[in-house]
Design a protein around this ligand. Structure first.
Ligand SMILES: NC(=O)c1ccc[n+]([C@@H]2O[C@H](COP(=O)([O-])OP(=O)(O)OC[C@H]3O[C@@H](n4cnc5c(N)ncnc54)[C@H](O)[C@@H]3O)[C@@H](O)[C@H]2O)c1
Length: 284
């Protein structure tokens, strides 16, 4: 099956980015939002991002106009009946996602594929909410979606290989992203490796063993990483890092996935990193 008509559930940080890359790649995209003001905000975010791309010389005005003309918004899920692929990017709440998948299953044509951009909820929970579990798959993009080249294709125990092949081809050949395949367990590939590393850096800083500046300088200069781990925590958002650690610790129960007290206290204090102006470093 070739994918031409795409639906995106939620036009927030991820949904707007996903809609943008799909539209730029030639797909016709419809975004579902819950309120007109959120739908308008999603459209405005996409327009701004595409305009930035034009300014940076990444696409010309004609391509930008054509991409924008391929993006529509709706408040009615019934408009998704003809979609070949729906990518859900609603908030990370299991009951909400299960409800969305159950409703999508009743509306989207029988051969349509239902995907989730979830970071931590097992795909099987969404698959079980439908009558088409073999056509439910994870498509995990990275933020900011137009910039980050990687997508993790997340395969549950019941995802059909045909679904994996269709989605992987779309991600790789149409969207031009690097696709990797991961099993349906917390952290997939990237967070399973990254989060314990970030937590180790926080623990090292917390113990007073080395300063934040020296920890970051060591990993940049000694390992060739573009950014040190504490700067990366501030960039990702300490709340996001904490949530990822908690979901992996819950799944595996391993000590190195347990969030250190300092991370929890900083989140409690609202020191979430760049987005609040204070994390391991000050951005004020
Ligand atoms: N932000 C990230 O860095 C990141 C990275 C990878 C994956 N994710 C995952 O992507 C998903 C979305 O995250 P986000 O950061 O874009 O969240 P967000 O809060 O920015 O956006 C969520 C959007 O969904 C809309 N929404 C809520 N309920 C809805 C419903 N019933 N129908 C349609 N729209 C609805 C909201 O109005 C909002 O605009 C989550 O599952 C998250 O775990 C996030």
């Amino acid at each position: 099956m070739s994918i031409e008509l795409v639906g995106v559930i939620g036009g927030g940080t991820m949904g707007a980015g996903i809609a943008e890359v799909c539209a730029k790649a030639g797909s016709s995209v419809l975004i579902l939002e819950t309120k007109q003001e959120y739908a308008d905000a999603a459209q405005a975010r996409i327009e701004k991002s595409i305009a930035r791309g034009v300014k940076a010389g990444k696409l010309d005005q004609a391509a930008a106009d054509a991409a924008l003309a391929r993006v529509g918004v709706t408040l009615d899920m019934n408009d998704f009946a003809d979609r070949d692929l729906v990518i859900e990017a609603a908030p990370e709440i299991e009951a909400l996602k299960a409800d969305i998948f159950s409703k999508l299953d009743a509306i989207v044509k029988r051969e349509g594929i239902l995907a989730s951009n979830t970071s931590s909820i097992p795909l099987i929970k969404m698959a079980n909410a439908t009558q088409r579990p073999g056509q439910v798959v994870g498509i995990h993009f990275f933020n900011p979606v137009p910039v980050m080249p990687l997508v993790e294709v997340v395969v549950s125990l019941v995802t059909a290989e045909e679904t994996v092949a269709t989605v992987t081809e779309y991600v790789r050949d149409t969207l031009g992203k690097k696709a990797v395949r991961a099993g349906d367990r917390a952290g997939f590939i990237v967070n399973a490796l990254l989060i314990p590393y970030l937590l180790s850096a926080v623990r090292m800083f917390e113990s007073g063993y080395a300063s934040a500046e020296d920890i970051d300088a060591a990993m940049k200069g000694g390992c060739g990483y573009p950014m040190g781990p504490l700067t990366l925590c501030d960039t990702v958002g300490l709340d996001i890092a904490l949530a990822a650690a908690e979901s992996m610790h819950q799944e595996f129960g391993e000590p190195h996935m347990s969030p250190p007290p300092l991370l929890r206290r900083m989140v409690d204090a609202g020191h979430l990193g760049r987005k609040t102006g204070q994390g391991f470093y000050s951005y004020k």
